[in-house]
Unconditional design. Structure first.
Length: 486
């Protein structure tokens, strides 16, 4: 069997779905609108009332016109009782599946025909056709005259013929016709049911597959998270263990450079100085790794307080001034007057801006100027914090930007540079030393301060790193309650 043939063969589940379940009901299978239309048009065509019931006795469709003889009989006490008994009996008749129709006589001489509605070998309901007057009834039957002493024979004779008449063979033909039409309606209903069942089972199958994939993904995610945790632990432990001997190497090389162990001759001074420089570089890397592992594991100690941002930025500029001076780069700080303090850990915030300014110096051309600016972040600036002002209208934010005119960062790299160990892979940045850890530490530190950091392009060249941090709650002068400006 070819692959396409085998895919057309229904699976066991589908085979089951092709046959009707035992609990299928007429009302679930049939198109109600089509059934009502059919009942109405049969009534219009033959003038005989028709009702369709489900197996559980629910009236699904009817088209009925009251008969004058029935109204008349209903005005008589005994007549009404007899009439109700006949109608309720007609309702309770249950013809066997696939049997011929059952005739139910009425005391008026009229008749009902009841037949079962079957589909796929199952009895789903019944149809009740009538009342109608058989063609052979030509006079008022005794059963009608005997139903109530007050009955008027002449009136009965006048009204009885107004009932729809039909020959027995004609009624059988109508019933056959009805059965065939019902069959068609049921067949198309079954088809629709099958289609929806198939659709449902294919949706169920896709859902099951999706669930399985989801579970696998979750497992992979959990495994990765565990690996990530192990990696952080490993980094933490290894870095810690490396730092101790390294501190000795740096200490002893410093002592050697200072001549504490005796004067150094020839190239010795230069070599020992190199050992010291490289040791410092390695220590820097180890400290960064330790910071990263602490930030990732959430064990970084933060001493939150209020930080005067102007003072902090001057410190940062002073720290980097010697390095900048070597390349004739100027660092210019501008802080808007009256800027509130920032909420945070001064050492960690200092680390954030030293990292950013250090990068700016590293990637800027000689003789250029780096601008460090600080000012309030206007709340209606929705460029990056959409809906922020609506959520927390009373919270004030401060924006610090480090602006350089260096090589800049291509747009498609801007998200990734905050990943650990990520460096923009171009020959120009490779010239600069670095570990790719600085910005990932910056990002995590800013996150830990409930702030945001983003990078954009400076024009014509360069990068702008903007950090937004929450302002510390302001204490107003003279002890009056704090007020929000304007
Ligand atoms: P690194 O130690 O390499 O500087 P960072 O995490 O601080 O590590 O920076 C990651 C990368 O982002 C850098 O290698 C560089 O490619 C790019 N980058 C960071 N700051 C700047 C900047 N001001 N101008 C241009 N590129 C930058």
């Amino acid at each position: 069997m070819s692959e396409s043939e085998s895919s057309r063969v229904p699976h066991d589940d589908n085979l089951q779905a092709l046959t009707l379940g035992t609990d299928v009901r007429l009302q679930d299978l049939v198109d109600h609108e089509a059934l009502r239309d059919m009942v109405r048009s049969f009534h219009t065509l033959f003038g005989i009332s028709l009702r369709v019931f489900s197996s559980d006795g629910l009236l699904l469709a009817e088209s009925v016109v009251g008969q004058e003889i029935c109204h008349y009989v209903g005005t008589l006490e005994n007549g009404l009782r007899a009439c109700m008994a006949t109608v309720s009996k007609a309702r309770t008749i249950e013809p066997a599946a696939r049997s011929k129709e059952v005739t139910h006589p009425c005391f008026t001489g009229a008749q009902y025909r009841v037949f079962s509605i079957d589909y796929d070998g199952k009895k789903l309901g019944k149809a009740v056709l009538g009342p109608f007057l058989p063609a052979e009834v030509t006079s008022v039957p005794d059963t009608l005259l005997a139903v109530d002493p007050k009955i008027d024979g002449a009136r009965a004779l006048e009204l009885l013929p107004r009932m729809p008449r039909a020959k027995t063979e004609a009624i059988s033909l109508i019933c056959d016709h009805l059965r065939r039409t019902l069959d068609l309606i049921l067949w198309s209903g079954h088809k629709a049911l099958l289609t929806s069942q198939m659709h449902l089972s294919s949706v169920r199958e896709s859902y099951r597959e999706l669930q399985q994939k989801n579970e696998k993904l979750q497992e992979a995610f959990d495994r990765l998270r565990e690996l990530d945790r192990l990696k952080s632990n490993f980094l933490g432990v290894v870095s810690h263990e490396l730092r101790t001997p390294l501190t000795s190497i740096i200490g002893y090389s410093e002592m050697l450079v200072e001549g504490i162990a005796g004067p150094l001759v020839g190239d010795q001074q230069k070599f020992v100085q190199t050992i010291n420089d490289k040791g410092q570089q390695l220590l820097q890397l180890i400290m960064s790794l330790l910071d990263l592992s602490k930030l990732e594991s959430g064990t970084m100690n933060m001493k939150k307080g209020t930080v005067a941002i102007g003072q902090l930025l001057s410190d940062v500029a002073a720290t980097l001034a010697p390095k900048a001076r070597k390349r004739s780069i100027e660092i210019e700080c501008t802080v808007e007057p009256g800027l509130p303090d920032v909420q945070g850990d001064p050492d960690r915030l200092r680390q954030v801006f030293v990292n950013l300014a250090d990068n700016a110096v590293k990637f800027s051309p000689e003789g250029s100027t780096i601008y460090v600016t600080a000012g309030p972040k206007s709340l209606d600036d929705s460029s990056d914090e959409e809906g922020f002002s609506l959520l927390e209208p009373s919270r004030r934010m401060i924006e610090v930007s480090v602006i350089d005119s260096g090589i800049g960062i291509p747009e498609d790299e801007r998200e990734r540079i905050f990943d650990a160990f990520y460096q923009v892979d171009s020959s120009s940045t490779r010239e600069h030393e670095g570990t790719g850890l600085g910005l990932s530490i910056v990002k995590r530190l800013v996150d830990a301060h409930d702030g945001t950091v983003r990078v954009s392009a400076n024009h014509p060249t360069g990068a702008i790193f903007s950090v937004v941090l929450p302002a510390a709650a302001q204490r107003s002068q003279l002890g009056s309650p704090a007020r929000r400006p304007g």
